[in-house]
Every structure is written in C-alpha cells, then in structure tokens.
Write a protein that binds this ligand. Structure first.
Ligand SMILES: Cc1cc2nc3c(=O)[nH]c(=O)nc-3n(C[C@H](O)[C@H](O)[C@H](O)COP(=O)(O)OP(=O)(O)OC[C@H]3O[C@@H](n4cnc5c(N)ncnc54)[C@H](O)[C@@H]3O)c2cc1C
Length: 298
C-alpha cells in the first residue's frame, strides 16, 4: 500500500538501504525503506497518508546525532535531503529542512550576512538543528530563528514563530512532537563583511579540527553539558580517556566524543555510553544525559 502511494505520487524511495552510510557514526542495519520527498507538498501528503493508515515513521536529517541498532529497521524513514531550497528576502533567509548547515552558512556568507558562522562546522541539517537547537561557540539556532514551517501529524502545514519554538539548551518544542516534520526554517541575520564572515568560519573550523577527533566516525558530543560542569572534563577526570569496549572508544583527543575507532557495533557504543555514565556518576556524582539519540529496533 505504501509503495503504491509513493509510486502514484512520484515520491522517491529506496528499499533495503544500509543505514551505516547515512549516519556519521557509520553504524546501523538496513532500513526497510527510506523515503525522500522532494517538495513540501509531497512531504505533507506522505505524512497524512502514514498517519491515516496508522503507520509509524521516523524522521531523519543528515544522521549526525543518531546511533542506530545493527538490526534491520522496519519503520519507514523519511529523509529530508531533497527539501533543499535556500532563499533570501532582505535579512531573512529561508532554508529547507534538508539543507546542510555548512551550505546554509556559506549561502549567508556569500550574501554578506553574519550571525550563522557558528553553524558552519556542525555536520547536520537545518531540520535536525532546529529539532535540538544546535549550537556551537558563540551561537545557537535559537538566537537567529524567526519561524519554522512544519507538517503536523494530520498532514496540515503550519508555521510557528519565535517563542513558540520553546528553545532551551539542546531543546525545542519539536522534541515533544515526534510525528511533526519540519519543512523549513527562516532565520534573521545582520549585514557583515564577507571576508570577515569567511575568516570567522575558517577559524571555528580550525578550532574544531584542533580539538575534535574529526578523522573518526562519531555523532559529536555524546553527552549534554550537565549544569555547572563540562561532560568532557568529568569523563577525563574519571580516567576514561581512551577507554574502549570492542571497536568503540572514548576519544583520546576529546573525552566528550565516543568514536567508532574500529568497526564498532551498536552494542559496543551503547555499552560504552552506559559504562561512561555509570563511572562518571560513581566518581564525580554527576549524572550525564545522552545527547546522541539511540534508536533501538522494536
Ligand atoms: C563531528 C560532529 C560534530 C558535532 N558538533 C556539534 C555542535 O557543535 N553543536 C551541536 O549542537 N551539535 C553537534 N553535532 C551533532 C549534530 O550534528 C547536531 O545535533 C545536528 O543538529 C543534527 O542534525 P541532523 O540533520 O544530522 O539530525 P539527525 O541526526 O538526522 O536527527 C536528529 C534528530 O532530529 C530529528 N529530525 C531531523 N530532521 C528533522 C525534521 N526535518 N523534522 C523533525 N525532526 C527532525 C530526528 O528525528 C532526530 O530525532 C555534531 C556531530 C558530529 C558528528
């Protein structure tokens, strides 16, 4: 029935697609089906169809905050890559959910607008970034986001503005609405000097390369920053730098990252996350909350 609907509506999909190449952790089994709508209308029709037929689905951007199980994933995945429109009206920039943050930041820079440099080195999509209020260095999505257009579970397209996003540290209202698909977001930037904007992005990227283990697959910071402390410092103090379970390792370079050092399995990473959390609790008293989203197959 789903396949008929997709064919009839000319929505592209692939069956039995390996998930590992779709995630920055490079871990995961095969997805039964990955669906890539290429317009807001098709995305809305798809969400309506899935809800009307009582089917669950999973929303995915660039897979840079996800740890998938090695088992096959039966629930349809809706991947936003093809929602990739970028446009500017004055100081307002609207980006489709699937636009890479690096591409959005470069588009703003090329237009001579500043305020989105912080996003350049984050390997996610606009949709994923709004979902969790991504941020780095001196900025976060909440600082620039004006409005977000999304499809709700009923298939209706709606827009929310400003405070309705309920942004907080690595939090937005969309974390409580797992069936709502973010379609696009509008951000407001300020005019700036093109050269200075590019220089800032390059500087932030250099700092990332210096501090982060970017030569190994990972999903970035494994844990959220606990109040009053830094996760990486706590993990380091607990003596866990370089600690390994199977192919997963607490990075020597940055203890906040768990890396896929050598063909790590889902269990390797999950067990290491649990071990780090337990050890840090025991040695420092802090409870670490996972930032990476762990997706176990039912
Ligand atoms: C090397 C590295 C460095 C990183 N550095 C940072 C950093 O500095 N700051 C930071 O904040 N993060 C960082 N991250 C984490 C990650 O890049 C961000 O969390 C990013 O915002 C995730 O976007 P994504 O498109 O990859 O989302 P995904 O990983 O695909 O999905 C993450 C969540 O968002 C939801 N989602 C995705 N798209 C949509 C949509 N269109 N509508 C509704 N829900 C959606 C998914 O369902 C899922 O729950 C880093 C990751 C890596 C690998």
């Amino acid at each position: 029935m789903l396949i008929d609907f997709l064919n009839k509506n000319q929505i592209s999909y692939t069956e039995n697609e390996p998930l590992a190449p779709l995630t920055t952790f490079r871990i995961g089994g095969k997805a039964d089906i990955v669906i890539r709508p290429n317009s807001e209308g098709k995305a809305a029709a798809l969400i309506r169809f899935l809800n009307d037929t009582g089917r669950k689905y999973f929303l995915m951007g660039r897979g840079s905050d996800l740890l998938f199980s090695d088992r096959d994933f039966k629930i349809p995945i809706i991947k936003t890559d093809l929602l990739d429109e970028m446009r500017r009206e004055g100081d307002l920039f609207t980006f489709g959910a699937g636009v890479k943050l690096s591409a959005a930041a470069l588009f703003a820079a090329e237009n001579g607008y500043s305020g989105f440099e912080f996003a350049h080195g984050i390997p996610g999509s606009i949709g994923g970034a709004v979902y969790m209020n991504a941020g780095a260095y001196d900025g976060m999505i909440a600082d620039v986001c004006v409005s977000t257009t999304y499809v709700n579970a009923g298939g209706s397209v709606e827009t929310i503005m400003g405070e309705a996003h309920k942004f907080g540290y690595r939090h937005s209202v969309f974390m409580h609405r797992e069936n709502d698909l973010i379609l696009s977001t509008t951000i407001q930037l300020v005019p700036g000097d093109k050269q200075a904007i590019h220089a800032k992005m390059e500087d932030l990227m250099r700092r990332r390369r210096e501090k982060q283990p970017l030569n190994y697959p990972s999903a970035g910071s494994t844990f959220k920053r606990p109040e009053g402390a830094y996760a990486s410092k706590l993990i380091d103090e607990a003596g866990l730098k370089g600690y390994r379970i199977g192919g997963a390792e607490v990075s020597e370079k940055h203890a906040g990252f768990i890396i896929n050092k050598d063909n790590a399995s889902f269990d390797d990473v999950k067990n290491l996350i649990g071990f780090v959390r337990d050890t840090v609790k025991e040695k420092t008293g802090y409870t670490l909350e996972c930032e990476v989203r762990i997706i176990e197959q039912e």
